[in-house]
Design a protein around this ligand. Structure first.
Ligand code: AKB
Length: 324
């Protein structure tokens, strides 16, 4: 049976997608790849791994041939804040990487999953109930690469019949791996401070509303989309999906139900605030629900409870083992 290749496997999504795919399809069927090799002992390194720089087509092709790959989850990319710092590198990695992955997919008949983002929208997009099909004029390099990638994936499907599918992911919250340079990172950082009883300084304004999702829902969405009956898919690249939408003030209030003394201060970073202001407050994911049955399992309340439990368990493993 053909294998699955995950690029950017050492990142925030890959660190949880790889173990989930291995549990679902079998250890040997999932090849984890990254430009930085996974450290021995990490979950990603528990099965086949490849060193892979997505800006080199020969490296992608080598991995696809060597492991007889049938599906590529292409996660390697720069996030929004880093992309604003390094727009040229962001274009090369985000667009150059995807273009090469699609070319290899065309030559070897692979299906491709591509993670788009709420960053594919811009200031002129309707802010609330953002429709699946709407104005997409992003004002950031990250957003420009995401819209262009959605279009490129559609092109490879329409022109060459490559089975490309994608999701417009909101901010992802996880206790496993940290995000690397996104605008929604505050929603992860705050938990790490809360469980240590330390104050948190948030880089977004308290009223900045953005879509968010707990990682287990996002991982399930990726697998379900790739397994969905193609007959039902009208929108392939890419589906709006969301689970909750909140501001830093609302997240703080929810965490304070468990950590009443949590102190949150604000020191607004103008770059990340401008990015957040250009994104929707709450998107409409009806198309994903109708076309392939998308439904989140975690809301703000259950996500906060689960994050705090998981991070506290990591902080105090001996106390938990002895039940004290
Ligand atoms: C980011 O903040 O850059 C990402 C995203 C929403 O695409 N988390």
């Amino acid at each position: 049976m053909k294998r699955i290749l995950v690029t950017g496997a050492g990142g925030q999504i890959g660190s949880e997608l790889v173990p989930a795919l291995r549990a679902h399809y079998g250890e040997d069927r999932v090849v984890a790849s990254d430009v930085r090799l996974a450290a021995p002992g990490t979950t990603v390194a528990s099965g086949p791994i490849e060193h892979l720089d997505c800006t080199h087509i020969s490296e992608i092709e080598h991995a696809v041939r060597r492991h007889d790959v049938g599906t590529i989850f292409h996660l390697a990319a720069l996030l929004s804040a880093v992309a604003e710092e390094k727009p040229r590198v962001a274009w090369e990695i985000n667009m150059g990487g995807l273009y090469r992955v699609l070319e290899v997919a065309r030559l070897h008949g692979c299906a491709v999953f591509f993670p788009s983002s709420i960053g594919a929208f811009g200031p002129s997009t309707p802010k609330r109930g953002t429709p699946q099909d709407t104005l997409q004029r992003p004002s950031t390099m990250y957003g420009i690469t995401k819209v262009s990638s959605e279009l490129l994936c559609n092109y490879y499907y329409q022109r060459f019949g490559i089975d490309t599918r994608g999701l417009r992911l909101p901010g992802l919250i996880s206790h496993v791996a940290p995000p690397g340079g996104g605008t929604t990172d505050y929603a992860v950082e705050i938990f790490h401070r809360a469980v240590r009883d330390e104050p948190y300084t948030c880089f977004l304004r308290p009223d900045s509303c953005l879509d968010m999702m707990y990682m287990p829902d996002a991982i399930r969405a990726m697998v379900e989309l790739m397994e969905a009956d193609p007959e039902w898919l009208v929108h392939r690249n890419a589906f709006n999906i969301t689970a909750m939408s909140f501001t830093p003030a609302q997240l703080t209030e929810e965490i304070r139900k468990h950590v009443p003394d949590l102190v949150v201060r604000y020191a607004v970073d103008p770059v990340r605030q401008a990015i957040a202001d250009s994104w929707p407050d709450a998107i409409d994911d009806t198309a994903a629900r109708d076309e392939w049955g998308w439904k989140p399992q975690y809301d703000l309340e259950s996500m906060v409870q689960n994050m705090l439990d998981a991070l506290r368990a990591k902080l105090t493993p001996s106390r938990l083992r002895t039940g004290i």
